[in-house]
Design a protein around this ligand. Structure first.
Ligand SMILES: Nc1nc2c(c(=O)[nH]1)N[C@H]1C(S)=C(S)[C@@H](COP(=O)(O)O)O[C@H]1N2
Ligand SMILES: [Mo]
Length: 453
């Protein structure tokens, strides 16, 4: 399970005397604003650590002035590889082979009814590359022939309709960035620390630009009866009988859509190719993959995946049903469990925040287990029901530090501590754990998953 790359791979110890001779001057002359000033002074304070790229793109000349031109690497002298004559689909660098989605051994009995987690610790920005999108299958995934796939609208409509994928792709399209989070994300941490890395604690979330047709457009084409029709049932074409009730008000608002596109290309088979339902802000299970049918009805359907599964057991022994919205949540992705800081000094604390109720308004970060908080920078774009990236400057003094993030959304909802969440929800739930995550940076630099009281 030790697939984590130490983040210190990006930092290098400068050669002796380097800061005073060359490096710091270069940075100083470029110092135009407070941020650069901050970085300069913190590197000076930290003593000897400076990202190599800030000062040099080539190795510095040696003492006798040798500019190293005779030591050019092979890739600067020989011909590189050409484009492929029969076309190609680009692949990540071979040096990034460790960046993979991974399953958690022992979590599920079969690989068909299982989960693979996205490597959040290795991702930048807010978009999840399609090949690293988390997977949750109830009965395996399929690569369905789009020319044979059909999508039906029936129930409380004037004229039930069957669409081909081509017919859907001719209709007015929308493209939107949204996160999808499995309701069971962070489930194993309800009672205590259970897994070592952010990939396993929070990796059942991904964010993509999806493209498709508003479900309302398709319902209107079938002559939906909005007087009677207050809910729809969404059904997938795999063997899991994945069916979920969705309230009509989410559909009339125009938010729900039937997607065929993901990050500029067709959906990946693992994500429901050729059609999947996008239900922004709502837990992943309602984003039905291999979507083949929408039935309009006048009450909730109480299917197996909402009556007995995907319910929240409360401390009093009763269970909540139809708790679909993914509440405001955030997590620091670097530094995070399994990573190693090799030296004290400057680090960029970074992470992700999201809310199923709209935009993220603010993220605060603590490095002392929640006693003091500083407000992080939110990187643009900040979009409704999409992942939001945050960053914060930090100088590690080499002493143990507990790093946390706390998000607030535009409704004013504040992400709870474990203490607050457990006071309401107990510890026996599976779904909707949005508690504040803590990472302990130990004196050795090793980062560990911990929970603070
Ligand atoms: N048809 C179908 N749709 C499905 C599922 C499934 O097993 N079959 N799993 C659901 C669950 S529980 C989740 S969390 C998401 C996962 O989507 P992903 O595999 O694209 O990450 O799809 C949902 N839609
Ligand atoms: Mo899920």
């Amino acid at each position: 399970m030790n697939q984590e790359r130490p983040i210190s791979g990006r930092l290098r110890k400068a050669p002796e005397g380097f800061l005073s001779r060359n490096g710091i001057q270069k940075v100083t002359s470029e110092a135009k604003n407070g941020r650069r000033d901050f970085i300069r002074s913190t590197f000076a304070a930290a003593g000897a650590v400076l990202p190599a790229a800030m000062a040099w793109s080539n190795p510095p000349p040696t003492e006798d002035g040798d500019p190293h031109i005779l030591n050019l690497p092979e890739h600067s002298k020989a011909l590189g590889r050409g484009v492929a004559a029969d076309g190609s689909y680009g692949q990540p660098s071979g040096f990034e082979a460790n960046v993979r989605r991974r399953h958690s051994p022992g979590l599920t009995q079969t690989m068909q009814a299982s989960v693979s987690f996205a490597p959040l610790q290795s991702l930048f920005g807010i978009v999840t590359p399609a090949g690293l999108h988390f997977e949750r299958h109830h009965q395996g995934w399929w690569d369905i022939d789009p020319s044979k796939h059909r999508f039906m609208v029936n129930g409380m409509v004037k004229s039930p309709k069957v669409f081909t994928v081509d017919e859907i792709m001719r209709l007015p399209a929308v493209s939107r960035f949204h996160f999808i989070e499995c309701g069971a994300n962070t489930a194993v941490e309800w009672g205590n620390v259970a897994v070592p890395t952010v990939q396993y604690t929070h990796g059942m979330i991904s964010c993509s630009e999806f493209t498709g047709v508003r479900l309302m457009t398709l319902l209107e084409m079938a002559g939906v009866d909005l007087q009677k029709g207050k809910f729809v049932l969404a059904e997938g074409a795999d063997g899991s009988s994945m069916t979920r009730t969705i309230p009509m008000n989410l559909i009339t608002s125009g938010e729900v859509f039937v997607a065929y596109g993901q990050n500029g290309e067709m959906l990946r088979p693992e994500q429901g190719y050729p059609l999947r339902l996008i239900v922004p802000g709502v837990q992943g299970v309602s984003w039905v993959k291999y979507l083949r049918r929408i039935e309009v009805g006048d009450m909730p359907y109480a299917t197996k995946d909402e009556a007995v599964q995907y319910i929240d057991l409360q401390p009093d022994g009763l269970a909540r049903q139809y708790t679909s919205i993914q509440e405001c949540k955030s997590v620091v992705t670097t530094p995070s469990g399994g990573q190693v800081l090799l030296d004290k000094g400057f680090y960029n604390i970074t992470g992700l925040a999201w809310s199923g109720r709209g935009k993220v308004k603010k993220v605060d970060v603590s490095v002392d287990g929640g006693r003091n908080w500083r407000t992080a920078r939110l990187e643009s774009p900040v979009m409704s029901k999409a992942l939001t990236r945050f960053n914060l400057d930090w100088v590690w003094d080499g002493k143990p530090a507990i790093i946390q993030s706390r998000a607030v959304d535009e409704t004013g909802f504040v992400q709870p501590t474990y203490k607050q969440l457990r006071a309401v929800r107990g510890t026996r739930s599976i779904y909707h754990n949005n508690a504040i995550q803590s990472w302990l940076v130990q004196e050795s630099g090793e980062v560990k998953n911990v929970q603070v009281a």
